[in-house]
Design a protein around this ligand. Structure first.
Ligand SMILES: Nc1ncnc2c1ncn2[C@@H]1O[C@H](COP(=O)(O)OP(=O)(O)OP(=O)(O)O)[C@@H](O)[C@H]1O
Length: 474
């Protein structure tokens, strides 16, 4: 947990081991972050590590920076420290208020420290500046088609996106991409923008998160600058807008987005949207907008399958010039199943652990580096837990999971629970059958195949399974 004390608790810097730990963390961040972000936010941080490594306090020059670091980097810093040390270390952020503290912890800088290039509500500058000229696309150049591993889970979305990038304004307009968290939706829309800009550097491309769009509408409203707002949005060649579920209940924003949408489609500009659900599943968004969202092509991104997870791990390790033996990639991929962001987190932990302890990456090392994550998984996802969660969700009795009753209202949730038991636990088919009232393994296999097949076809079932998976994974 991150707390925010008003004063630093000690005046003494931490031990050498503590500073070594912090240095290792900084080095890791230097590898992960674009240079500008690193220099702006991480480099100026001054850390005080308690000698017994019981706490790390980061001193930040002002409140603006403190809020930004807390929102953007504190979680990652905690995770890296935990990965390096092997257990979590409380992280505190404090204002470097006192002169003595500032003098003691902040080494004299030859030049002025870089000021943040953007206000907190905007995307970091490094991700914003892309392409030439005054127009800022806000694209992250690292998120390309090349760095996006293809698999069954994203094949359709990826090929539709490539099609749009190659000839925007034609087919699949708008392109609506939906899926659970951390599955690569943002990556994919950036890839579309980057590809178009690579082919046509003068194209007006804008990537924006829906929350930023809401905030732009509010600003235009307060400052009475709707003409500028319209000139900006309505002149785009490609609008990439992320997480449109955030428009829920924002009437004014929805109206402005509707206007922009109509204007862009009329001039054959392309719109690519992402969301955590399919258009008709969106809550509190006007029907006329929902039907527009669905009027081009709607495609899902599914959680990656095992082979895709392995390929992603190997690719990402390679990108970091690290060696990830295939057997280790399989071990990690088998244990981290939910989404790519978690997979990346696991990989970072393993690589940091390996560097810090100067040991080669092996299954044993991965097991150590991920022991918290693995124990949480083993603790939380049991077949009993799945049975209870599914029974609650479909409002049937847990006892019906083991009963011989056959009405569809009971048999179907039971099959769903069997499917989830196979997906989310290490249990074999006979073991699962046993836990479902002594059923034969062929009954379990039938349920697993049936639900897996229907999941591909039925959007509503897919959505329900996403919810159940997220609930079970905590
Ligand atoms: N197929 C893939 N190949 C390589 N990297 C991937 C792939 N899918 C996702 N990633 C990486 O996983 C991370 C999470 O992806 P991303 O942010 O695009 O997810 P998202 O679906 O937009 O999630 P959210 O809904 O939480 O915003 C990113 O670092 C992204 O580059």
């Amino acid at each position: 947990m991150i707390e925010e004390p008003s004063h630093p608790s000690h005046d003494e810097p931490g031990s050498d081991a503590g500073q070594g730990l912090w240095q290792a963390c900084v080095e890791q961040l230097a590898q992960e972050l674009p240079e500008l972000q690193f220099n702006t936010w991480i480099k100026p941080l001054v850390a005080q590590v308690e000698p017994d490594l019981s706490k790390v306090t980061l001193f930040v020059a002002n409140r603006f920076k403190l809020d930004w670091i807390r929102a953007q980097y504190a979680g990652r810093i905690s995770a890296i420290l935990e990965g390096l040390y092997g257990q979590s270390i409380p992280l505190e952020l404090a204002l470097a208020q006192r002169e003595s503290v500032v003098r003691k912890y902040i080494p004299p800088q030859p030049a002025a420290q870089p000021e943040p290039a953007a206000a907190p509500e905007s995307a970091p500058a490094a991700a914003e500046e892309n392409g030439s000229g005054p127009f800022r696309s806000r694209l992250n150049p690292a998120l390309t088609f090349d760095s996006l591993v293809e698999g069954t889970a994203n094949r359709m979305a990826r090929s539709a996106a490539m099609h749009v990038a190659a000839s925007p304004g034609h087919l699949y307009n708008p392109l609506f991409i939906y899926g659970g968290v951390g599955l690569g939706k943002t990556h994919l829309v950036h890839a579309v923008g980057n590809k178009l800009l690579a082919d046509k550097p003068d194209a007006k491309v804008l990537y924006i998160h829906a929350e930023q769009f809401v905030s732009d509408v509010v600003k235009a409203y307060q400052r009475r600058t709707f003409d500028d707002f319209k000139a900006r949005y309505h002149s785009l060649d490609l609008l990439l807008i992320d997480d449109v579920q955030f428009f829920a209940n924002k009437d004014r924003t929805q109206e402005e987005f509707f206007n922009a949408f109509e204007a862009l489609l009329a001039k054959k500009s392309h719109i690519v949207m992402t969301s955590d659900t399919y258009p008709k599943g969106l809550a509190n968004i006007h029907e006329r907008l929902v039907s527009r969202f669905d009027s081009g092509l709607t495609v899902a991104i599914e959680p990656p399958e095992l082979e895709m997870r392995v390929a992603i791990l190997i690719n990402k390790a390679r990108a970091e010039n690290a060696d990830m033996p295939e057997e280790v990639a399989f071990f990690v991929a088998k244990n981290v199943r939910s989404n790519v962001r978690e997979l990346e987190g696991a990989l970072r932990k393993i690589l940091a652990y390996s560097r810090f302890n100067q040991k080669e990456v092996s299954i044993q090392l991965a097991r150590e580096a991920l022991r918290d994550l693995l124990s949480i998984q083993n603790r939380q996802i049991s077949v009993e837990n799945i049975q209870k969660t599914v029974a609650d969700y479909y409002k049937i009795k847990v006892a019906d999971m083991y009963s011989k009753k056959r009405p569809a209202s009971i048999a179907r949730p039971r099959q769903i629970a069997m499917y989830l038991a196979k997906e989310l636990t290490q249990k074999s088919l006979p073991e699962i059958g046993e836990l479902f009232g002594g059923r034969d393994h062929t009954t379990v296999l039938h349920a697993v195949r049936k639900i897996a097949g229907e999941r591909q076809q039925l959007t509503e079932l897919n959505q329900q399974l996403h919810v159940l998976e997220q609930t079970l994974k905590g």
